[in-house]
Design a protein around this ligand. Structure first.
Ligand SMILES: Nc1nc2c(ncn2[C@@H]2O[C@H](COP(=O)(O)OP(=O)(O)OP(=O)(O)O)[C@@H](O)[C@H]2O)c(=O)[nH]1
Ligand SMILES: [Mg+2]
Length: 305
């Protein structure tokens, strides 16, 4: 059987090459700090015994953006199982608009070839400091981060990894104990693009999308802050869902959860709890573009078939 492809994507300097080298167990991809621009500039591929690994350049580097879009497009081959893993880092504990933008732009290209990426892509939050790692042992901080990515597309698989001591000073360094990364990759969901899919990442709107996410992130943060007084975890989760529904996002989140039930159960849910499932949101927002962005229109059609 053909090996599954494991494609790493994400912005410059987040640690894609470092994690890949650690997974492979030898320095295969050039890693290190290249001030002002990305280290990895072209698509690189390594055929290992377990997977075929792909290292790609980041889109946030303006000087190579167009080229990077092309290189990532080439990594997204059709006709085989593929695990698409985005690597991100936080800034003062916050998700960066650049990371949401990159994910959005890449997933849009995948959707353009007819594949729904909801719940089928994954995210590694890399280089977390020890304070953050401690926080991410708790449900709420983890859930806040996961939910935020759901603004782009429903995300199920996310994991947090610590900053490894001196890795950034040494360049071409790798982590001997790669079991954390390996487990994550093994459990990551796969997707399959059509055999002759011509994926075409279009990064021309990158800056516009970036600005939108910058605003949305701010708004989401403020709303989540208002919920901090809630003591009951279950209640808190419901409130977060509501916040996201109001932002037009977690309607997809909720529907995806429901889609995990059988189609029949989902249908009956739609009938009995119609006002909560997101379909009415479509009406409220005038069938708005957000729903299309989220791939919700298809999901709603699926549920209401
Ligand atoms: N301290 C620390 N440094 C890390 C870690 N992961 C990566 N680095 C360092 O961060 C720098 C950038 O990592 P890379 O793996 O080259 O990042 P990249 O995502 O491949 O970046 P580009 O190729 O520029 O897109 C390197 O010096 C790495 O050694 C980590 O967990 N801890
Ligand atoms: Mg790299």
């Amino acid at each position: 059987m053909d090996k599954t492809h494991v494609v790493f994507a994400g912005n410059p300097g987040v640690g894609k090459s470092f994690i890949l080298n650690s997974l492979i167990g030898q320095v295969t991809f050039k890693s290190g700090i290249n001030i002002g621009e990305g280290m990895t500039k072209v698509l690189e591929r390594y055929d290992a015994s377990d997977y075929v690994y792909f290292d790609t350049p980041g889109l946030d580097d303006i000087s190579i953006r167009e080229q990077a879009a092309l290189e990532i497009s080439q990594a997204l081959e059709g006709g085989c199982e593929m695990k698409l893993i985005f690597v991100v880092t936080l800034e003062a504990g916050r998700i960066k608009p650049a990371d949401l933008t990159t994910i959005k732009v890449v997933l849009k290209a995948i959707e353009d070839v007819g594949v729904d990426a909801s719940g089928r892509y994954s995210v590694i939050v890399n280089k977390c400091n020890s304070t953050l790692m401690k926080q991410f042992e708790m449900v709420r901080p983890r859930e806040k981060v996961r939910s935020t990515f759901c603004m782009v597309k429903y995300l199920r698989d996310i994991e947090f990894f610590p900053k490894i001591g001196a890795a950034d000073e040494e360049g071409d360094y790798l982590l001997r104990d790669n079991s954390g990364y390996a487990k994550f990759v093994k459990e990551a969901p796969t997707m399959r693009l059509p055999e002759n899919a011509q994926v075409k990442i279009d990064a021309t709107n990158y800056d516009k999308i970036y600005e939108q996410y910058e605003k949305e992130l701010e708004s989401l943060r403020n709303k989540l802050k208002e919920l901090e007084g809630e003591r009951n975890d279950d209640k808190w989760m419901k409130l977060v869902e509501n916040v996201l529904i109001n932002l037009g996002n977690a309607a997809g989140n909720r529907i995806m959860k429901e889609l995990e039930l059988s189609a029949r159960e989902a249908r009956s849910l739609q009938n009995t709890r119609g006002s909560e499932t997101g379909a009415p949101y479509a009406q409220q927002s005038g069938g708005g573009s957000l729903l299309n962005n989220l791939g919700l229109t298809d999901l709603i059609n699926e549920l209401t078939k």
